[in-house]
Design a protein around this ligand. Structure first.
Ligand SMILES: Nc1nc2c(ncn2[C@@H]2O[C@H](COP(=O)(O)OP(=O)(O)O)[C@@H](O)[C@H]2O)c(=O)[nH]1
Ligand SMILES: [Mg+2]
Length: 256
């Protein structure tokens, strides 16, 4: 059911972007990729090993929606399109030889009113916490967003801090080193990104997804070892890669 919705949102979003925003570009920069993304939207369900929900958070205007459109459709939009709400967009990619479908959730501008509901965070196994490296205030608010994650998200959530708009070097207000120190202190991964130049966007999501995959692989291994110790020979074992809240979704058991 979720899959059907995602396709409808994906298609609707594409039409609105191309017809309403002539300032948006990137659609035909890589024609092959554009065609491929359309094909991917119509792929038969369940052609993946894992489905991971990732949430985008951070102050309004830092570039979350453009990071999402760059990653899922290779688009960038100069005009803010905060009035257009999209629940999530997806992209499927290979991680450690597994097919992973990333379901990335974007706010529809609720962050401006500090009104993101706990439903937004529910089931998320990864978060991209974005600040604007030309605006100190957005970096200062990172702590507030971390508190928000602590209050609403799973405690094992994988978090990456992203200093976006790295193309605006002459306007830099947040030093890379300061962000690196904060990330280390809080146990987060960190990258500077540019949705405009498509810099480190791919790497940011790859890093989050790989880290999540490593965590579930370890869990599966531990479960396997435990099962070996307790199972009666010849009866087979069951590997449960999910946690109590069912966050870690394996195709064969619980993604529909
Ligand atoms: N120069 C530059 N501008 C960006 C970048 N990412 C987003 N923007 C611009 O920043 C504004 C806000 O972006 P948006 O994605 O709507 O931010 P959101 O409110 O966090 O979703 C828009 O005018 C974008 O064009 C970037 O990497 N570089
Ligand atoms: Mg937005």
């Amino acid at each position: 059911m979720i899959e059907k919705d995602s396709k409808e949102i994906f298609a609707g979003y594409f039409i609105s972007i191309s017809s309403l925003f002539p300032h948006c570009f990137g659609l035909r920069v890589r024609g092959g990729e554009f065609i491929r993304s359309i094909e991917m939207a119509h792929k038969v369900d369940h052609e993946y090993d894992y489905l991971f929900k990732i949430v985008l958070i951070g102050d309004s205007g830092v570039g979350k929606s453009n990071i999402l459109s760059r990653f899922t459709r290779n688009e960038f939009c100069l005009e803010s399109k905060s009035t257009i709400g999209v629940e999530f967009a997806t992209r499927t990619l290979e991680i450690d030889g597994k097919t992973v479908k990333a379901q990335i959730w974007d706010t529809a501008g609720q962050e401006r009113y500090r009104a993101i509901t706990s439903a937004y965070y529910r089931g998320a196994v990864g978060a991209l916490l974005v600040y604007d490296m030309t605006k100190t205030q957005t970096f200062d608010n990172v702590q507030r967003w971390l508190r928000e994650l602590r209050d609403h998200a799973d405690s094992n959530i994988v978090i990456m801090l992203a200093g976006n708009k790295s193309d605006l070097k002459h306007l830099r207000a947040v030093q890379e080193e300061d962000a690196r120190v904060l990330a280390e202190k809080e146990g987060l991964s960190f990258l500077e990104t540019s949705a405009l130049e498509a810099f480190n966007i791919e790497k940011a999501f790859q890093t989050i997804l790989t880290e999540i995959h490593h965590i579930i692989s370890k869990k599966a291994l531990v479960a396997q070892e435990a099962a070996k110790l307790t199972s009666i020979p010849g009866q087979g074992t069951t590997i449960n890669v999910g946690d109590a809240s069912g966050n870690w979704t394996k195709k064969s058991c619980c993604s529909t």
